[in-house]
Design a protein around this ligand. Structure first.
Ligand SMILES: *Cc1c(COP(=O)(O)O)cnc(C)c1O
Length: 432
């Protein structure tokens, strides 16, 4: 029996069976893959105390959070709702850190304060956020972390670069003085310094940002006892992409932290905050071919799920691998791993009324073809690499399509439903 690729135990027969059970389209997450990625992070070389914090926004599915919590990871939330969601998955507030663009007042400030008293960790990302929480933190002796704007960034695209001077994340160097004098006035100490420079960018720049962060801590933040390097570790979705090398990055950070200790006598605890690297390649959108068409220029495969499941091609021009499984669960045709003698070129489109609803798009939004074997109507097309920023970022109700279910593959041919398919009634329920 053939597995659909070299990094999963999912077989073609499993796919056809799951499609029978849940109906297409649906997201399928490979539990074994997620666990092994968690362990890879926990085994990274490190100088001193080291923690791994999963970025919830990549994939906040409750079953996924529980799985990752069971591996011993901590959690990074990007909003107060993500804090609530993570806590509702059974995760203690002490394991959650909030690093957000949000500001709070009224009910949301009340909730933030309750969560902080229950152990939530909070990084302020602006002077305004700092001043909103300063008195409360001071009165309750709660340590607040600070996200610095490091002045450099890198990402797979400009839209995912969050550390340079054209992005607004974290407190810029021009405001550190004010943040520090405010903290001093309130008797607060910044014991945790946080940096995150973008998603999936150049790992040379990621290494440089470690140097910069340590330099900033040495020169400006005398009370820092821990730091976060952020996430953004590049995960290859396509065979011609290169993933980050965790051992090499771990060794780099280890050397730098050791040097820092020798220079300053300060043993800094460190954290890393991956999202994509843990879940991206654990996820498949299982879709069915519902139609085939052609124009003078191109052939088209129409799937029953597209941009409303995976908007990354439309947002970023991202490429995802396809795996084609015949409707009876046998033939596997993987366009990416063996494309030597395929001669069919097609645009892979979804069912939305939008020419951008294609899984094969150039960076400028033009539909492009992919070379692959020719599927038949009724066959399954799996879109790979959709475990991160797909379900969580999708415009899922466009064209009034209902949100697709999420299914966990537990490894030995077992499937567990993690989220039901949305119904049309649920789609409409808040309309008055
Ligand atoms: C999004 C985000 C991450 C994770 O980024 P990935 O590219 O998914 O690894 C980590 N930390 C913060 C603060 C983030 O906003």
């Amino acid at each position: 029996m053939s597995t659909i690729n070299s990094f999963t135990n999912l077989t073609t027969a499993d796919i056809a069976r799951a499609a029978q059970m849940y109906g297409t389209p649906f997201y399928l997450y490979d539990e074994t893959f997620i666990k092994s990625r968690c362990r890879e992070f926990l085994n990274m070389p490190s100088a001193f105390d080291f923690g791994v914090r999963y970025a919830v926004k990549a994939n906040p599915c409750r079953s996924v959070l529980k799985l990752i919590a069971a591996e011993g990871l901590l959690f990074d939330a990007s909003s107060l709702n993500e804090v609530t969601r993570t806590h509702l998955a059974g995760i203690e507030y002490e394991k959650i850190m909030l690093t957000s663009q949000e500001t709070y007042s009224g009910d949301t400030m009340q909730l933030l304060q309750e969560n902080l008293l229950a152990g939530l960790k909070y990084n302020v990302c602006s002077l305004n956020q700092l001043m909103q929480i300063g008195d409360f933190a001071s009165a309750n002796k709660i340590d607040i972390g600070l996200r610095i704007h490091p002045g450099i960034g890198t990402g797979e695209s400009a839209t995912r670069t969050v550390g340079d001077d054209y992005s607004c994340f974290g407190i810029h160097s021009s405001d550190w003085k004010q943040a520090l004098s405010y903290a001093e006035e309130k008797g607060l100490k910044f014991r945790h310094i946080h940096v995150h420079i973008g998603s999936g960018g150049d790992m040379d720049i990621w290494r440089q940002s470690i140097d910069i962060e340590l330099d900033i801590i040495e020169n400006h933040f005398p009370h820092a006892e821990s730091l976060s390097f952020g996430g953004g570790l590049k995960e290859a979705r396509m065979p011609d992409e290169l993933s980050a090398n965790l051992t090499e990055l771990g060794n780099y950070a280890k050397d730098k932290l050791t040097d820092f200790y020798k220079r300053t006598g300060r043993k800094l605890k460190s954290e890393i905050e991956p999202g994509s690297y843990i879940v991206a390649n654990a996820g498949y959108a299982v879709t069915k071919v519902i139609d085939m068409k052609k124009t003078r220029r191109a052939s088209f495969i129409i799937l029953d799920g597209g941009m409303e499941l995976n908007s990354r091609p439309l947002l970023y021009g991202s490429k995802h691998p396809f795996y084609i499984v015949s409707k009876d669960g046998r033939a596997l045709i993987s366009s990416e791993f063996d494309n030597t003698n395929h001669n069919f070129k097609a645009v892979v489109a979804g069912k939305c009324c939008e020419s951008g609803d294609c899984q094969t798009l150039a960076i400028d939004g033009r539909a492009i073809t992919r070379t692959m074997n020719r599927p038949n109507i009724g066959d399954f097309v799996l879109i790979g690499g959709v475990g991160a920023y797909c379900s969580s970022m999708a415009p899922f109700n466009y064209n009034s399509h209902t949100q697709a279910p999420e299914v966990i593959s537990a490894g030995n041919g077992d499937f567990k439903l993690a989220r039901r398919r949305q119904t049309i009634e649920q789609l409409l329920q808040n309309e008055v």
